[in-house]
Design a protein around this ligand. Structure first.
Ligand code: AMP
Ligand code: GLY
Length: 422
């Protein structure tokens, strides 16, 4: 089989490595891929947002199956274009990807189908937004409706700050079109859990839960990032929480999308907060998480290619989806300064790393691997218990070198504390 994986980050590297465990995955193209995955895939310099070029390439090369990993092409309708060209793919179509593409759509879906989430209102008029904000008690959560590179959420500590955020968004000054509609919502507290799930719109199979660490610095301080490290499973996601989430959130979401005529096929990502009143949805994503995937897929015992094909062919119930009982830690090594300014072009070397490396912001320059982005790579270790996985990932981090290497020192700390206190 010829497979094309769309995207070029650590998540895509983890997907490609897992797909290759099946010998039927003879040849994998990565569009665009990155310089760290050249041993597993043929990287083709076509951007994940160049939809016409992607479709033309897949036709020309007679690609049998496409895996669409990032949000942008899903939201823009790459699946629909591939369908029209008769090329099967993994990932939701445009109508279903709206669950990530529009926060207002997602919130309205949850309200209509009584899926637990923060109370909210949607505005595209500034005065109406101000009037609503003035009645709230901070912290106040202001979100851009559309995609904003993971930066579209402001937790305002005062009414004035919330007003300023709403003004900046609605005026289009911040996040352009994505911000012209805003969701203002109730502030929830509790531990966060990421649950990725395979679904073919009939069956939904959750993967192992995980805990991302979104802030740049130790102790969950600093700016929000794409994610600085993940541990799996997430100790806050107990059997009891799972049962409630399945009954109150996962299956109702699947059914809601079907009822709306937007059947979802692919990986549905539930960003949950475990509140005093049970699990609530913070966000949906229409795709695998990054870096959650780098922690979760190494625990998958079953055949990813088989699962993905079955998802697309709506026979997910007929294939095994089994995870190991072990624990994993995916530690992100970043360029110092990320998510703001950082320097690139420094050579990356490794010596004696035991775990698996998933490359992200890297490229090949004169035969050398150098950093080219903020999040450079993730190194994942799998062990029987989480403390050992975390320790091993940190040992690996010392065996990988590049100038201005930066990583958080406390990935997994909160999870380990929760395990000790159980
Ligand atoms: P999102 O992009 O929707 O995942 O939001 C980014 C982060 O903002 C989340 O991971 C939460 O930590 C935080 N957040 C979003 N919505 C809320 C909320 N209603 N209450 C508290 N924190 C929130
Ligand atoms: N790690 C968060 C995300 O993929 O959206």
């Amino acid at each position: 089989m010829k497979i094309a994986v769309i995207g070029g980050g650590g998540r895509e590297h983890a997907i490609i490595k897992k797909l290759k465990e099946n010998p039927a995955a003879e040849h994998i193209f990565a569009l665009p891929g990155n310089g760290g995955m050249v041993n597993e895939a043929e990287c083709v310099p076509i951007k994940a947002t160049d939809l016409d070029k992607i479709v033309a390439f897949c036709k020309e090369k007679n690609v049998d199956f496409v895996v669409i990993a990032p949000d942008d092409p899903l939201i823009a309708g790459l699946k629909d274009m591939l369908n029209a060209a008769g090329i099967p793919s993994f990932g939701p179509d445009k109508a279903a990807a709206a669950i990530e593409g529009s926060k207002a759509f997602a919130k309205e879906l949850m309200r209509k189908y009584s899926i637990p989430t923060a109370r909210y209102a949607v505005f595209s008029d500034e005065d109406a937004a101000f009037a609503y904000i003035d009645k709230l008690t901070p912290p106040i959560v202001v979100k851009a409706d559309g995609p904003a590179l993971g930066k579209g959420v402001i937790i305002a500590e005062s009414v004035a700050e919330a007003r300023a955020a709403a003004h900046d968004m609605i005026s289009g000054n911040r996040f352009g079109e994505s911000g012209k509609r805003v969701v203002i919502e109730e502030y929830l507290t509790g531990p966060e859990v990421s649950v990725l799930a395979f679904t073919d719109s009939h069956t939904l199979v959750p993967m192992v839960s995980s805990m991302d660490h979104k802030r740049a610095c130790d102790g969950d301080t600093g700016l929000n990032t794409g994610g600085m490290g993940v541990v799996a499973p997430n100790p806050y996601y107990t059997a009891e929480v799972h049962e409630r989430a399945m009954k109150e959130i996962f299956l109702p979401t699947l059914n809601a999308m079907n009822a709306e005529g937007r059947p979802f096929k692919g990986c549905l990502y539930f960003g949950l907060m475990i509140t005093e009143n049970g699990p609530k949805v913070i966000e949906y994503n229409s795709r695998f998480g990054d870096p959650e995937t780098q922690a979760v897929l190494p625990l998958l015992k079953s055949d990813l290619l088989e699962i993905m094909l079955a998802t697309e062919e709506e026979r997910l119930a007929s294939v095994p989806v089994e995870f190991s009982d072990k624990c994993s830690c995916a530690l992100v090594l970043a360029s110092k300064g990320y998510p703001e300014k950082y320097e690139t072009g420094y050579e990356i070397t490794e010596n004696g790393v035991q775990g698996e490396i998933f490359y992200a912001g890297v490229k090949r320059e004169n035969g050398k691997l150098v950093n080219s982005g903020g999040r450079v790579l993730a190194v994942t270790e799998v062990r029987d218990d989480l403390a050992d996985a975390v320790k091993a990932a940190y040992e690996d981090a010392e065996r990988i070198n590049f100038k201005n290497k930066y990583f958080r020192r406390d990935i997994g700390k909160r999870a380990l504390k929760a395990i000790r206190e159980k």
